[in-house]
Design a protein around this ligand. Structure first.
Ligand code: PLP
Length: 408
């Protein structure tokens, strides 16, 4: 059982009260609450308590819960056509691929799938197909996160997550994040691509030095490598631009996205410039559900709302206000991140896991992205009153934890 809790504790917390044992495999820690509904930035648990959601299901529900436009689009599509397979075309997927290509500047093609890991698997297979025999190695970065399937896990630069599942697939190397020279050192004749996050999300909201992606773009051009940017967490407006690589004024060859794309409906996408995308031939890759009309309709509605509200501009303004006010709190050492993807580094000896748990008890959802930092990935729709509420409670919780730490 995870976390040292007993099987019955875990079962109880999973809501499996009265069951002989927990119905879930113990891949996650025991959850502290069960949520039953959501509305806008708010969640309600099984005891009827409310929570302000500053995490959005890990940067997914950026438009809030039960957004009327998305609810309506999903309901209408569910009543029309949910699935046909990729043997046949469907309108929502076709429109979605066109919209995503336009958002990325045009001239590309899209593979639709169901998650971030799958988007990266598509990118990895595409890079190998494009590189051809003998040119299959992908360089990614230490501390990076690309998903839990074996290929994405091999790219993920976190040995602790890989070791229990050894051996990893071959063809992956790692370099220090933010250090172009270290990527360059890893290049050999077998290298086909460089895969990086624009900001390392799971790695602790690590923003690379300004110009990092521009330097990588130049390096990849010089050496004839693909630049693949994983925008699964950073994409679709959250960092103040539609994609975080835009901050560096570049365009990658391949871009992966997922999380925010369906505002909660499972969907992912891998985009590539057409010359590269054309390395795939029919039969090379596929997924039963990818591009199914229901998830595609959710993504189209999500894009409509994000574009209508100018999500990047909202993220820039709201993120700046939040970051400033968080930085002013007692017990906060620094705030990093971009737009609405923030990490709040706490002063020693505060434990971010304890602070996050206490915040949850007081009705604020955040998580500990490292043992010393809270992650906030709040929704674009947060009101001024909600910001005030969040800051008041987070501030109080941090001070409480500080005082407990000082008590004899
Ligand atoms: C969450 C995440 C993934 C994995 O996405 P899943 O949908 O969980 O498979 C991949 N890359 C990044 C950068 C992520 O944040």
């Amino acid at each position: 059982m995870t976390g040292g809790g007993s099987a019955s504790d875990h079962a109880h917390l999973m809501g499996a009260v009265g069951m002989q044992r927990c119905p879930f495999m113990p891949t996650y820690g025991a959850p502290p609450v069960m949520f039953v509904s959501g509305q806008g930035a708010w969640l309600t648990d099984s005891e009827g308590r409310s929570y302000l959601d500053l995490l959005c299901g890990l940067a997914v529900t950026g438009l809030g819960h039960a957004h009327p436009s998305i609810t309506e689009a999903v309901a209408a599509q569910a009543a029309t056509l949910t699935h046909v397979s990729n043997l046949f075309a469907n309108k929502p997927a076709t429109e979605l691929a066109t919209r995503l290509d336009a958002l990325l500047g045009g001239g590309g093609q899209v593979f639709l799938c169901n998650s971030g890991a799958e988007a990266n698997e598509a990118a990895i297979k595409l890079a190998r197909r494009w590189g051809g025999p003998g040119r299959s190695t992908i360089i990614s970065t230490w501390g990076g996160f690309h998903g839990r399937t074996l290929g994405a896990l091999a790219a993920t630069g976190q040995p602790a997550k890989q070791e229990p599942f050894a051996p990893m697939p071959e063809g992956f190397r790692h370099a220090t994040y933010g250090d172009v020279a270290d990527i360059e050192r890893q290049i050999d004749p077998a290298t086909s691509a460089v895969l990086v996050e624009a900001i390392q999300g799971e790695g602790g909201v690590v923003v690379p030095p300004s110009g990092y992606l521009a330097d990588l773009r130049r390096l990849c051009d010089e050496r004839g490598l693909l630049l693949i940017v994983d925008e699964v967490q950073t994409g679709l407006g959250r960092t103040g631009t539609w994609f975080a690589f835009e901050h560096d004024g570049i365009r990658p060859d391949v871009v992966t996205m997922a999380k925010a794309l369906g505002n909660g409906m499972p969907i992912g996408a891998c985009w590539a410039i057409a010359d590269v995308a054309g390395a795939f031939t029919p039969g090379d890759h596929g997924t039963t559900y990818g591009g199914q009309p229901l998830a595609s309709a959710a993504a189209l509605a999500t894009l409509d709302v994000l574009e209508g509200m100018d999500a990047p501009t909202v993220a820039t303004a709201l993120g700046a206000r939040l970051a400033q006010r968080l930085g002013d709190l007692e017990g906060v050492q620094s705030v990093r991140g971009r737009g609405l993807l923030l990490a709040v580094e706490l002063v020693s000896p505060l434990d971010a896991r304890v602070v996050a748990r206490r915040a949850l008890e007081r009705g604020i959802v955040v998580n500990a992205v490292t043992p010393t930092a809270l992650r906030l990935a709040p929704p674009f729709i947060l009101t001024d009153d909600e910001v005030d509420h969040a800051l008041a409670i987070l501030g109080a919780v941090i001070v409480e934890c500080l005082e407990e730490g000082r008590a004899p």
